[in-house]
Design a protein around this ligand. Structure first.
Ligand SMILES: [Zn+2]
Length: 127
């Protein structure tokens, strides 16, 4: 098995020095990684990055059905499971986790909302 190597990329946003680390197994994978411009989360999802001016963020996921693909045997899509999905997500997962919580779809009825809040509290001397 070839040893995986790490490629370091710098965010392509003007003036940004944020770096990302990508693993590759061969030159084809390395070229594929290098062929796409890479931007850090500060420049791809700036409203998700907590800061002193934006110290709290809440995301709501809803337990929604996902359907089978139409086939010869099942021409009409059928519900085959449930997943936690944020409003902007096209797909989700039946199991979600974060620091301090884990949640399984099968433990709750459809339409259940999972509300996740992250909040920064600065030390007193920094406020
Ligand atoms: Zn950046």
């Amino acid at each position: 098995m070839p040893r995986r190597q790490t490629l370091t990329r710098t965010c392509t946003h003007t003036g940004c020095t944020e770096r990302g680390f990508f693993e590759y197994a061969n030159q084809r994978e390395r070229r594929s990684i290098e062929s796409k411009p890479w931007k850090c989360v500060r420049h791809t999802a700036p409203n998700e990055v907590l800061s002193k001016d934006s110290p709290e963020r809440t995301t709501v996921l809803t337990l929604e059905p996902f359907y089978s693909r139409p086939s010869t045997y099942r021409p009409e899509p059928e519900i085959i499971g449930y997943s936690w999905r944020a409003e902007h997500e096209a797909s989700g997962s039946g199991f979600r986790y974060g620091p301090g919580f884990q949640v399984h779809a099968e433990d709750f009825p459809p339409g259940t909302r999972l509300i996740v809040t992250a909040r920064i509290e600065l030390p007193k001397e920094q406020q």
